[in-house]
Design a protein around this ligand. Structure first.
Ligand code: GTP
Length: 240
């Protein structure tokens, strides 16, 4: 039976007992005019304890999916806790980058006024495509041309930022742009170059079942856009 559509005159059910926590969070996001696409971070719209409540909610819905797939989760010892495992995996592991704040990044002043190209990589990318939620596994290289005002951040922090951005359902083209925006905002370099190469399991495990193809894309910012020599230097230093 279909549910009757709720009347638009009713106030949002934010305080009611029994309102799913996802509804409360969504209403908060909508009230702020905030986007909540798969690859957006919504951590600052979650109240304390709500991630745990979301775990219970997603577990219940995953159980319903397993039931609809006619899997005997009561009788089959392998799937007895699968709904909970999958909920935990989505919310606290593979899509954690949606629900937690950005990692703390220690920044140091650029006292030596470094202005030479710095490259870090390959950093491991673990993500999933927004379309099928299939894994996207790959590598990313980041090149930074600092200036005297650039904040120097610890090398490991680039890996932490990559992990935070990629820990959401993504499409590769948007993932590299989000990463570039974040690093530009945090470090304010003269230039930034990012190259990502990844295997998309939605193309190998299923669908066309193409095992060896990878997607490679790049984003260039600042002087990397205007200085072809710098761009070439960066690309030549990335191991083939
Ligand atoms: N551009 C881009 N496409 C992606 C990425 N990840 C997955 N895709 C593609 O997104 C598409 C999803 O399209 P649909 O046609 O709706 O899905 P589908 O019917 O299951 O398609 P098939 O994968 O061809 O079976 C597929 O072609 C995927 O290969 C990505 O990061 N970037």
């Amino acid at each position: 039976m279909r549910k009757a559509p709720s009347s638009p005159a009713q106030p949002p059910a934010t305080d009611d007992e029994g309102v799913p926590v996802s509804v409360k969070i969504r209403e908060r996001l909508q009230a702020q005019g905030r986007r909540y696409n798969a690859n957006d971070n919504i951590a600052d719209c979650l109240n304390p304890g709500e991630l745990e409540a979301l775990l219970d909610e997603v577990e219940g819905k995953m159980q319903a999916v397993l039931d609809s797939m006619v899997i005997d989760t009561a009788g089959d010892h392998n799937t007895r806790n699968t709904a909970r495992r999958v909920a935990k995996m989505y919310l606290t592991e593979v899509f954690r980058g949606r629900y937690v704040n950005a990692p703390d990044i220690t920044e140091f002043p650029n006292v030596e006024r470094l202005n030479e190209l710095m490259i870090v990589g390959p950093l491991t990318v673990r993500s999933a495509c927004s379309h099928h939620l299939c894994p996207v596994i790959g590598k990313v290289w980041i090149g930074v041309l600092p200036n005297q005002n650039t904040n120097v951040i610890g090398l490991s922090k680039y890996a932490r930022l990559v992990d935070w951005v990629m820990g959401r359902p993504q499409i590769q083209e948007e993932a590299v742009v989000q990463l570039a925006d974040l690093i530009m905002e945090r470090t304010k370099p003269d230039g930034l170059a990012i190259v990502m190469q990844a295997s998309h399991f939605c193309m190998s495990w299923r669908g066309v079942k193409e095992m060896d193809s990878k997607m490679i894309n790049s984003v260039m910012r600042g002087v990397f856009l205007t200085d072809a020599n710098l761009r070439r230097e960066f690309l030549s230093l990335i191991p083939k």
